[in-house]
Design a protein around this ligand. Structure first.
Ligand code: AMP
Ligand code: GLY
Length: 431
């Protein structure tokens, strides 16, 4: 098969690494890729948002499969465009990607189909929004409807804070058109976990669960980021819990999307919270998480490629995947300043030594190589160092041992990834 992976982050490096290992993959391209991906795939200089360029490339090369990593091209309709051109594509159409692209759409779908999620209302008018915020009382959550690069959600401890968040979106227009509508919802108390399913329009095949760390600094403090680390499996979600999440949340969503004429095909990522009343849905993402993808793929024993093709072809019902029982931990190394302003271009040394650490993969996110091979930081999140171990402790030790071999003064990472899981028992799964 001739395959293109769209994107250039750690998630896409892990996807390329897994796909490159498939005996079914003959040619592997990545657009735009990065310095690490270039070890696995031929990088082509087309941006992930350049739909025309991507479709033209796919047609020119008569590709057999396009795997779309990030949400922006999915929401913009890349899969629709590829399908119209007769090219198989893994990922939802624009209509189905609304699950991530519009929080108001997701909430309405849930309330219409009885999928458990926080009570909410949607608003375009600031005064109406504030009146509802007063009615709900603190704590409460204000969300920009559209894609806002992870910055659109404000958890408010006071109603005054909620009023400021409402004004930021609806009056100051801090999120542009993504903040034309806001969703205001009740605050849910509990531990957050992430569940993932491969979906073919009808069937949801659950993958192992994971937990991530969104805050920039140790102790889950500091600004929100795209994700500073993740691990799988997690003691917070047993196999029995996973089956409940499938039956109560994921499958009903897949059925609802089909009933609405927006069948969902691709990877469905459910952000969940375990409350005293059971699991509630916080958000949907319509793609693999980053760095959750890295930990999942390190644990995947089966060939990823036939699974993605089965999702595209609507035959997941007869499909199964096997996983290593080991724990995978991923620690993100970011440029100092991220998620705020940061500088690009510093050379990173020691990568080869780090990659030699037992059971470690150094996935690249924002990196670029000079012609002489020097790897330079080229983004906010730059590396995601991922390790397997017999316990979360062992996987963490391997991650940090690899990181300690990396020579990059301008980089930082959290030193406490996985702290919530330490000392808690992970219930082993059958395979
Ligand atoms: P979202 O992008 O909707 O997942 O929101 C980002 C983060 O905000 C989540 O990971 C939660 O930590 C927090 N959050 C969102 N909605 C709620 C809620 N209703 N109750 C509590 N925390 C929330
Ligand atoms: N790590 C969170 C996400 O990919 O959305």
């Amino acid at each position: 098969m001739k395959i293109l992976v769209v994107g250039g982050g750690g998630r896409e490096h892990a996807l390329c690494w897994a796909l490159a290992g498939s005996p079914l993959a003959d040619e592997l391209y990545c657009a735009p890729g990065n310095a690490g991906i270039a070890q696995e795939a031929t990088c082509v200089e087309i941006a992930a948002e350049d739909l025309d360029g991507l479709v033209a490339f796919a047609c020119e090369r008569a590709l057999d499969l396009v795997v779309v990593g990030p949400e922006a091209p999915l929401v913009a309709g890349l899969v629709d465009r590829l399908q119209d051109a007769g090219i198989k594509a893994f990922g939802p159409t624009a209509a189905a990607a609304e699950l991530e692209g519009s929080k108001a759409f997701m909430k309405e779908l849930c309330s219409k189909h009885g999928i458990p999620t926080a009570a909410y209302q949607r608003f375009q008018d600031a005064a109406d929004a504030k009146a509802y915020a007063h009615e709900l009382g603190a704590p409460l959550v204000v969300k920009a409807d559209g894609l806002a690069a992870g910055k659109g959600v404000t958890v408010c401890q006071t109603v005054a804070e909620a009023e400021r968040a409402i004004d930021a979106a609806l009056v100051q227009r801090a999120f542009g058109t993504a903040g034309d509508t806001v969703v205001i919802e009740e605050f849910l108390e509990g531990e957050e976990v992430s569940a993932f399913a491969l979906v073919d329009g009808e069937t949801a095949l659950m993958l192992p669960a994971a937990q991530d760390h969104k805050c920039a600094y140790d102790g889950d403090t500091g600004p929100n980021t795209g994700g500073m680390g993740a691990y799988s499996p997690t003691p917070a979600l047993s196999d029995a819990d996973l089956e409940r999440v499938r039956a109560e949340i994921v499958q009903p969503t897949v059925d609802a999307m089909a009933a609405e004429g927006r069948p969902f095909q691709g990877l469905l990522y459910a952000g969940l919270i375990r409350t005293a009343d059971g699991f509630q849905l916080l958000e949907y993402n319509v793609r693999f998480g980053d760095p959750e993808c890295q930990v999942l793929l390190m644990r995947l024993m089966s060939d990823l490629l036939p699974a993605l093709v089965a999702a595209c072809d609507g035959v997941l019902a007869s499909f199964d995947l096997r996983w290593y029982a080991e724990t995978a931990v991923s620690v993100v190394m970011a440029t100092r300043g991220y998620p705020g302003a940061y500088e690009k271009g510093e050379a990173i040394g020691g990568l080869d030594g780090a990659a030699e650490t037992q059971d470690v993969m150094v996935f690249h996110a924002g990196t670029k190589a000079d012609p002489d091979g020097t790897v330079r930081a080229n983004g906010g999140r730059v590396l995601s160092v991922t390790a397997l171990g017999n316990s979360i402790e062992e996987a963490r030790e391997r991650c940090y041992a690899a990181i300690d071999r990396i020579d990059w003064p301008g980089g930082f990472c959290r030193r406490d990834i996985g702290w919530r899981a330490l000392g808690r028992e992970i219930i082993p799964s059958e395979d």
